[in-house]
Design a protein around this ligand. Sequence first.
Ligand SMILES: [Zn+2]
Ligand SMILES: [Zn+2]
Length: 287
Amino acid sequence: MTTLRAAVKSAYTLSNINWVTAGFMVAFHLLAVAALWFFSWQNLIVALVLHWMSVGFGISLGYHRLHTHRGFKTSRAFEYFLAICGTLTLEGGPIFWVATHRKHHQLSDQDGDPHSPREGGFWAHVGWILFGDTHHNNTELMGRYAPDLNRDRFYRWLNSYHWVPLTTLGVILLVAGGWSMVLWGIFLRVVVGLHGTWLVNSATHMWGTRRFETRDDSRNSWWVALLTFGEGWHNNHHAHPVSARHGLAWYEFDISWITLKFFSAIGVVSDLKVAKVREPLPAEEAA
Ligand SMILES: [Zn+2]
Ligand SMILES: [Zn+2]
């Protein structure tokens, strides 16, 4: 029986390459570079708005803090909206993402972690996607690791057809602004978003500070937090996975938390879970 156990590091050989994924990744990166020759302020604004929607709403608020960890509550309609935003990143459907990420928390930096830098920084960043056994379209298998989402027909559909919203968006941008807007709003924007998310798997398990003595290598990284709407406070997150707030000190800027506070104030979300952390007093530290 195939299991997720197969997602541990495989060798960098030609026979292990996921050709379809690798083909898309190479094409997206080439077209992202091509976008630089087609700059316009309009294209930049479209890309930034879509970046916020896809990585900020889709990944940080949706896939991560809501669908994986259930750090807050919201309506079914808003849940679905966040999941659709998540697919716009090309990081796969919600069941795949949530199953992979729960596995990462269960086995962080141990055998079976889908993307630990203990198997190399490149592996943690993108190697696992290009060479690993990620099962990203196997809704049946991944569903066993995210049974809550698997019970929902919409999530099962979206997991298998996660490319549909992104393709639809591409057509809309093509009609609205031509190929240059597609280059910026799809290709460059997706590539920047992917590397931002991947840095959480690679950089914040290698570089940064540790506030909590977790059993993994997770770190807090201010610059990854800035690139990912607050996801870089990753040591805080491993210590308190359910907390919808990742930046736990006033100086730990967490855009997603600020967004959640706003959504809570206007009644879109509720029941925000927040880690209770008692900062040690300087006198205690000295003792
Ligand atoms: Zn982690
Ligand atoms: Zn997490």
